[in-house]
Structures are given as C-alpha cells and as structure tokens.
Design a protein around this ligand. Structure first.
Ligand SMILES: Cc1cc2nc3c(=O)[nH]c(=O)nc-3n(C[C@H](O)[C@H](O)[C@H](O)COP(=O)(O)OP(=O)(O)OC[C@H]3O[C@@H](n4cnc5c(N)ncnc54)[C@H](O)[C@@H]3O)c2cc1C
Ligand code: SF4
Length: 538
C-alpha cells in the first residue's frame, strides 16, 4: 500500500527541540541515523553516514568530546547512548572488513572535476586544516597543506596520547583526505622554510589553521627552574619518541585535557606520586565527569581550590617543590564560572621533582607579522578576523580552527575548518555550493515514514549499549596498553599501581626510566619554560 506523508520545512528551532544530539554536534552528524543503521547490522552504511559531515570521524570515534552524548535524551531514562563509541565501532569494523580494489577501506574519494578551479594554501595539517582541505578539494579547488611536523594530524598526533588515540586511527582519516587535489607538504615551517608572502602570491587564497602551541605561563617566582615544563611540550616529546623523563613526584597545574593527559602519561613514564592542582572546585572543571573519574581511578591525586604561589628550586636550580595558597570561590566570571579567591595565611608546600604546566595554549603569531605588518599585534586576539567570512585584513588570508577561536575540541576545529573552507570557496567563486549541508526536510520525512512503534526506538527499546554498560564491557576486555579500547572513557582497565611494566604508551613512549640516559634527562629537564613550535620536531 502506498503511504503519503506531508514534508514540512523546519528550521533550527525544530531541530533543537527534536534532535538534540544532532544539533549538539558541531558538524550536525546524523547520530540517530547511524545508530539505527548499526542496530540493523548495516555497519558500512552507518559508517558512511557518520563520515558524511566529518572527515575526522575515525579520530572522533576515539576521542571526541561528544557533546551529542551530553544532549542525548536517553539520559532522561537512564544514561546517554554511546554515540561516540558506536562511531568507533563502525570505523573499526569497516576498516577491518571492507576492502576497495584489494586495499583497506578509505573514505570515498572526492570527485575530480577536471583542472582545479583555483589554488588554496593551508597552513596546518590538524583537524581544522585537513577538514578544510577535504571540502575545498570536493568543491574542485587544488589544495596544498603545509605543516611544520613530519606527520599530519596536528594536536591529535602531538598532544593526544596514543593510548587514547592509536596513530593508525589518525592515518585512516588522513588517507581519506589526501588525494590528487590535496598535496601534503610536511616538515615545512611557514615563516621559515617558506614565507607567508610566497603562499599569498602563489595562491588564490591562504587559510591559516595553525592551532595553539604557545603555552601559557603563570608568572610566579621560580617558574624558570629546571624540571618545570610546558605540558604540551612534555606530551609531544613523550609521544614522538623524544627523550623525556619525569621524577618520582610530579605536579600538574591545570584542569583540562592537557592536565589529564600529562598526569596519565607521567604515571606511564614511572612517576609514583602525581598531583593535579586545580584552582577551582571539582564542579567547575572543564573535562567531563567520565574523564575525571578515570583519571582518579589511576591513583592521581586531585587538590582542589589551590593556586601556585612560588616554585622552589634546589641549589642546582632544579625544582624541589611548589608553594600553594588555598582558595575559596568568588563571584562568577563572564563565562559563569566562579572565580577562585585566595585565602590569606593558608599557604602550604608540596615537594616534587617535576612540574608540568597545563594552563592552556595560545596561537603563535610572530611569523604572520614577518611578511605582513598588518598582523603586528600585542596579543593574538588583536588580529582582526571577520566572524562571518573568516577573512583577515589581508583579503586573501583567512584564519580558522583553534588558531581563530583559542583552544577548543577536535569536532569544533573540524566544524570551524569546514566553515572557513565554505567562506574561501565563496570568496573564490560566488556560485560555489556548499558540501554536506544537513537536509532538514529529509530528516523530517524519514522520521514520519517510520512506523509508530519503531519511531520510539530512542527511549525504551534501543538495542545499543548505554555509556555505563559500554564502560563495564571495556573494563573487562581492554588490554592494559589501552590500545584495544582507546576512548577516554574506556582506557580504564584498572592498572595496577606501581607495576614495574607500564606499557600504556606506544613504542615511541616506552622510554623507560632505566634506559633514559642522564644526558637525555638533563636535556628534557632543561627544556622548559620558554618554548615555541619552532623548537619541536623540525
Ligand atoms: C593534550 C591535548 C589533549 C586533547 N585532547 C582532546 C580530546 O580528547 N578531545 C577533543 O575533542 N579535543 C582534545 N584536545 C583539543 C584538540 O586536540 C584541538 O582543539 C584540535 O586538535 C585543534 O585542531 P586545529 O586543526 O585547530 O589545530 P592543531 O591540531 O593544533 O593543528 C595545527 C597544525 O599547524 C601546524 N603549524 C603551526 N604553525 C605552523 C607554521 N608556522 N608552519 C607550518 N605548520 C604550522 C602545527 O604543526 C599543527 O600540526 C586536546 C588538546 C591537547 C593539547
Ligand atoms: S562527531 Fe562527536 S559530537 Fe558529533 S556525533 Fe560524533 S561523537 Fe557526537
């Protein structure tokens, strides 16, 4: 029997009210669509749907911040559905089971429209730059992506540990993006190996998606002591096979992803007492509850409501401890987070061998100003970028990703890179169409064409696991290295503390304390304080 349905055009308000998970995802992934396909055993189709708006979908399957799960309505019943983890499963399944021309599956190649319609240079092969490259190539532009590192992936490679995000997973996404319209030039530091002026003159547009690599410092006495290191430098060294050593007692200052990764990584490198010092209370922390709980389960001690006042050094200039002062919570700031207020006379000291600063990062802009005085600014926020067009005061130069927004998350960087690509395409060709804009009316039609019973799948009978049951399963099955089960929430196989064999990191990380030479330790220890991107990996 033929059934007729009315197709209703809806706007964002309908979307927000009816499909909160899709609305919460910055690239508007059709989450319930791929969950339903997974439930029906259509794994490859489910994967293609997940991939559709997100060229970094494999990476997201492992470590996305998953705002979709926070928005999931299933939590009104018990727990949110495991949207991210199902994405990981679909990626793993497809890459293990599907071959194309005898080779492991990669993303469907971009259609080739003939000679490129224009040339775009992108600085930065992180999530934002690569997502922009993917869209621009699909729109028929020739793209060259430059990166200072010798591998693509940006912070997912140099910051996120391999025990959470195996490198093979990053490679899956990159293999799907690089094609005959996307040329990847690695080990090329723009501003040193090639100038921004050259990129500007040789291309029709330039997108700067260079991330945030300038660590923030506190500015307290003793901060320059040996053994005090920026967290992002520490992680980059640890995961890219460079000499790094921590002492027995490590203090991590900060409360975000970098702080959690620094503490977990220190443990894997042999530290015995790890403290994460947080200026506010547990409730004000930015990382999600699951992440926090997992870090606590690793035996890492959290000290809340305390601020560092002074780093203490021994006669050789090496850190020996940090003095803190207790805080209470004051009035909310502009973001609604209550500010810490020091309580006089409550100073206390924690002895340590290493201090890792995980206080956030900012974009490094000096290389922009070398060729374009327009970019000579005191603070990076003073660089003018049109929020609609992503264009700077130099019309051919655009800025996107964390370099534009300050540190965010992977999926937000993907969304920002894609928006920047869209604006560049419009700048170069006013008739350029957009890629993968969600079809609102299509969604409504699909929903109405379901039978009444099956359309209620998300609240009562969904066969997919909830976050809690997924975590239980992973705890019983994941390998101790975390490689088999790498999402934040699932790295949690309780590791025996003080085990002699801590293999949580990749082979690159396995620099054991015993094998690290004292020379390398000294080198690592002295790498501290002042650091820029130009000091790494090049
Ligand atoms: C330790 C850590 C852990 C994190 N964990 C998570 C997580 O679990 N989940 C999550 O969602 N987010 C996480 N984040 C945040 C997330 O990784 C970033 O928001 C996101 O990767 C930013 O993407 P991007 O493309 O804007 O920049 P990036 O990924 O930083 O890429 C910028 C690229 O530009 C290159 N570059 C810079 N300057 C130049 C130059 N002059 N010439 C050539 N190349 C240059 C850099 O080498 C780099 O490859 C984490 C961040 C950190 C630091
Ligand atoms: S990309 Fe992230 S936010 Fe979007 S649906 Fe996937 S897990 Fe959720």
């Amino acid at each position: 029997m033929r059934e007729l349905y009315q197709v209703v055009e809806v706007g964002p308000a309908w979307y927000q009210e009816n499909i909160p998970c899709q609305e919460a995802c910055p690239v508007k992934t059709n989450c319930r669509g791929y969950l339903n396909l997974a439930a029906a055993g259509e794994f490859e189709k489910g994967w293609e749907l997940a991939l559709d708006p997100n060229p970094m979908a494999s990476i997201c399957g492992s470590v996305c911040a998953a705002p979709c799960e926070t928005a999931c309505r299933r939590k009104e019943v018990d727990k949110p559905l495991s949207i991210r983890y199902v994405k990981k499963f679909l990626s793993d399944w497809t890459h293990q089971n599907v071959t194309v021309d005898g080779r492991a599956y990669t993303q469907p190649p971009a259609p080739v429209f003939g000679p490129p319609r224009g040339k775009v240079a992108i600085v930065g092969a992180g999530c934002a730059g690569l997502s922009a490259a993917s869209d621009l190539s699909k729109l028929g532009f020739g793209v060259t992506v430059y990166d200072a590192l010798d591998q693509a992936g940006g912070t997912t490679l140099a910051g996120v540990p391999p025990f959470r995000l195996p490198r093979e997973v990053i490679d899956r996404d990159i293999a799907g993006i690089v094609n005959e319209n996307v040329d990847l030039r690695l080990s090329t530091f723009v501003g040193r190996d090639i100038s921004l002026r050259e990129l500007h003159d040789q291309n029709d547009a330039v997108l700067v998606a260079a991330g945030c690599f300038e660590p923030n410092y506190i500015g307290i006495p003793g901060e320059e002591s040996d053994g005090v290191m920026a967290g992002i430098v520490f992680l980059e060294r640890a995961y890219r096979g460079r000499p790094v050593e921590v002492g027995k007692r490590v203090i991590v200052l900060g409360s975000g992803y970098t702080a959690m990764d620094c503490s977990s990584t220190s443990w894997r490198l042999g530290a015995e007492h790890m403290y994460v010092i947080v200026r506010r209370s547990r409730e004000e922390m930015v990382v999600d509850e699951e992440e926090l709980t997992e870090t606590e389960r690793e035996g890492i001690e959290f000290v809340y409501l305390a601020s560092p006042v002074e780093v203490l050094a021994d006669p050789n200039g090496h850190v020996r401890g940090v003095v803190f002062i207790r805080n209470k919570l004051g009035d909310p700031d502009e973001k609604g987070r209550r500010s810490p207020v020091a309580i006089p006379g409550t100073e206390f000291e924690i002895p340590c061998d290493t201090v890792l600063l995980a206080l956030g990062q900012a974009p490094e802009t000096s290389w922009l100003a070398k060729d374009f005085p327009e970019f000579r600014v005191k603070r990076w926020r003073d660089i003018k970028v049109d929020p609609e067009t992503y264009q700077t005061v130099v019309p051919k130069i655009f800025i996107g990703g964390d370099y534009r927004t300050a540190p965010t998350t992977i999926i937000e960087a993907v969304a920002d890179g894609r928006s920047a690509a869209q604006q560049i395409a419009r700048f170069l060709d006013e008739n350029a169409v957009s890629v993968n804009v969600p079809e609102y009316h299509e969604v409504v039609t699909l929903r109405r064409s379901r039978s009444k019973a099956s359309s209620r799948v998300s609240t009562t009978t969904c066969p997919l696991t909830t976050t809690a049951s997924r975590a239980r399963r992973c705890r019983s099955s994941a390998s101790r290295t975390g490689e088999g089960c790498s999402s934040r929430s699932t790295r949690a196989t309780p590791r025996p503390r003080r085990s002699p064999n801590r293999t949580g990191a990749s082979s690159a990380t396995s620099t054991s304390r015993s094998s690290a030479s004292s020379a390398s330790s000294a080198a690592a220890a002295s790498t501290c304080a002042r650091w820029t991107l130009s000091t790494w990996s090049i």
